[in-house]
Design a protein around this ligand. Structure first.
Ligand code: ZN
Length: 337
């Protein structure tokens, strides 16, 4: 294991911590109440009815008298948002416009940024297409037929990939560098040495976001059932998208429920979105893979109860049994239904 914390200079971290305010950082996710010289809340790390989680503005430090957790703003993001040290530093630095020194970032992370950036541009393009493109009518109809409101579509950043082979390509990837990033991001499929085309065509697209809220891939559903194409199409695994780790809807669920005690695991992104529309905002889905040990482990970091909810068909029953077998060794006082 590489200790990535060594790559970011200590003076940068000190300067970052001196410029941010831990009260604001925590208050953004766990609403704090002023009590004397401190700020308090019910602890996000253990179950309680009366607040024993306290944030000290002068010391820029939090401490829970109930479960004993403590630390600075970086530590809070690591524990609360399940981020790595570097991710937490980058998130905080980004919020106040500080640039994490290049020496603190390896080449891989520079390349990852190119991939994240093109995915982010694609997300905006698809969102615009759903709103503006006349051909999106059928896509809008599909979403409306499933009872989704515009707000739900907006919360999940649902978009539309128009029919055609190069809409996205022409819109966001004119230069070769972007084209390369787009191929690495799984947005374009390489045809030959200098030609590529859009992977997602004439589909409703669901951006898949990681725990930090960055788009790492897409799921696409055909809207014209008569075409000879797979009904669902996901981005391939890439440098930033590992299907055995990521769960669709996890970020969105955390936006609504700070303390994700109970999580429902469903089969597809449309299930997640429809449940959210119905007010059940704690559902997540695996992405075209069976539930893995990594999925369960990451869910159990925040949740004390996981409910698996699969279709009643043979495949669903099989998936349910496999998930059960997977969970049993990991339980340790948690509930799985
Ligand atoms: Zn606590």
């Amino acid at each position: 294991v590489v200790d990535t914390s060594k790559r970011i200079p200590e003076d940068f971290i000190q300067s970052l911590l001196s410029r941010i305010d831990i009260v604001e950082v925590i208050n953004a996710v766990v609403p704090l109440r002023k009590a004397g010289s401190n700020y308090v809340a019910c602890c996000p790390f253990h179950n309680e009815k009366t607040p024993s989680f306290s944030v000290n503005k002068n010391k820029q430090f939090y401490h829970c008298f109930g479960c004993g957790v403590s630390g600075d703003a970086i530590q809070f993001l690591i524990d609360h948002n399940s981020l790595s040290f570097v991710e937490a530093v980058e998130l905080l630095a980004g919020q106040i416009g500080m640039q994490v020194p290049q020496s603190g970032r390896n080449e891989a992370s520079v390349e990852h940024n190119l991939i994240y950036n093109i995915l982010s541009e694609a997300t905006v393009f698809f969102e615009q297409q759903l709103r503006q493109q006349t051909l999106a009518k059928q896509a809008v109809q599909y979403l409306q037929d499933r009872g989704l409101t515009g707000l739900t579509a907006k919360n999940f950043r649902i978009g539309f990939a128009p029919p055609g082979w190069s809409n996205l390509l022409d819109a966001i990837a004119k230069d070769p560098e972007k084209r390369t990033a787009g191929i690495k991001a799984g947005l374009f499929i390489k045809k030959d040495a200098n030609k590529c085309y859009d992977r997602f065509r004439n589909r409703v697209v669901f951006p898949i976001r990681n725990r930090r809220g960055r788009v790492i891939g897409f799921g696409g559903r055909v809207i014209d059932n008569t075409v000879d194409e797979p009904k669902y199409l996901n981005s391939p695994e890439t440098d930033v998208f590992n299907k055995s780790q990521e769960l669709y809807g996890f970020y969105e669920a955390r936006q609504t429920i700070q303390k994700l005690d109970a999580v429902i695991v469903v089969e597809g992104y449309m299930d997640v979105v429809s449940l959210a529309q119905a007010g059940i905002t704690n559902a997540v889905a695996t992405l075209g893979t069976a539930c893995t040990e990594q999925h369960v482990t990451s869910l159990l970091k925040t949740a004390t109860e996981i409910t698996f909810c699969f279709d009643g068909d043979t495949a669903g029953k099989k998936a349910a049994w496999r998930s059960l077998e997977l969970c049993l060794p990991l339980l340790d006082g948690k509930n799985v239904i």
